[in-house]
Design a protein around this ligand. Structure first.
Ligand code: C5P
Length: 231
């Protein structure tokens, strides 16, 4: 049968990257973090000093980006114009402006096209390259990029849980100061992103997994159980 495609959307701090990676690793599927693609595109614009308000120049800069992906969930990597940007794209300066690039509709068209191509390769069994099946995560995968995926999930968590998780990740603690510092990067970024993509409520046929009361391992198990249902 054709290789499995699992689509996962969710807001920031929902744990979707960690969960998606582990699910892909356990099922031996490829893994694509589309948020990292938007971050890589943003990194290239920032690197070149592009004015992010100049939508035409931003779109050109993204379209000419040479992006090489390693889809191995154990060692995912992103190389832009020969530079490994895996660490650089997580910098707060990138998080702070990525929504500006991601709300550029020409950018979405270009990256969306690249994402569809990756999915098409992994969905096609050929015993040579690709054809592994894939877990793809982001904000518009279940709705726009792969609405025909075998499994479509919306991973959510309460705002409280998402803030605490991100605070621990970035600051090593979830005390009041850390929560406040994190708010801008979680709540405000989601509000900006929501102007072009809907990832707060599940579309028809999309199953919601609420991870508020679950740890990583429990969430992974919940997702694996849903995948097994269709596989
Ligand atoms: O998932 P992550 O927080 O790394 O995503 C970074 C940014 O990429 C999001 O804030 C959003 O602006 C953008 N994004 C998007 N569509 C996706 C995935 C990410 O617009 N499918």
């Amino acid at each position: 049968r054709t290789p499995l495609v699992v689509a996962v959307d969710g807001p920031s701090g929902s744990g979707k990257s960690s969960v998606s990676r582990q699910v892909a690793a356990q099922l031996d599927l490829a893994y694509l973090d589309t948020g990292a693609m938007y971050r890589a595109a943003t990194w290239r614009c920032v690197q070149r000093g592009v004015d992010l308000m100049d939508t035409a120049l931003v779109a050109d800069t993204v379209r000419s980006m040479v992006l090489q992906l390693d889809l191995n969930p154990r060692f995912p990597s992103f190389v832009v114009d020969g530079v490994d940007v895996g660490v650089a794209i997580r910098a707060p300066e990138i998080s702070a402006v990525v929504s500006q690039v991601a709300t550029n509709l020409e950018v979405r068209a270009d990256l969306g096209e690249r994402q569809r191509r990756v999915i098409a390769v992994e969905r096609t069994p050929d015993g040579f390259s690709g054809g592994r099946g894939i877990v793809v995560e982001g904000r518009d995968i279940t709705t726009v990029i792969a609405p025909d995926a075998d499994v479509r999930l919306l991973l959510t968590a309460s705002e409280e849980a998402r803030l605490a998780r991100r605070a621990r990740e970035v600051h090593g603690t979830d005390d009041a100061a850390a929560l406040e510092a994190t708010r801008e990067h979680v709540v405000d970024r989601d509000a900006r992103d929501s102007t072009v993509v809907e990832f707060r409520t599940a579309a028809d046929g999309v199953v919601t997994v609420d991870s508020s009361g679950l740890d990583l391992e429990q969430t992974v198990q919940a997702v694996l159980a849903l995948v097994e249902d269709v596989a």
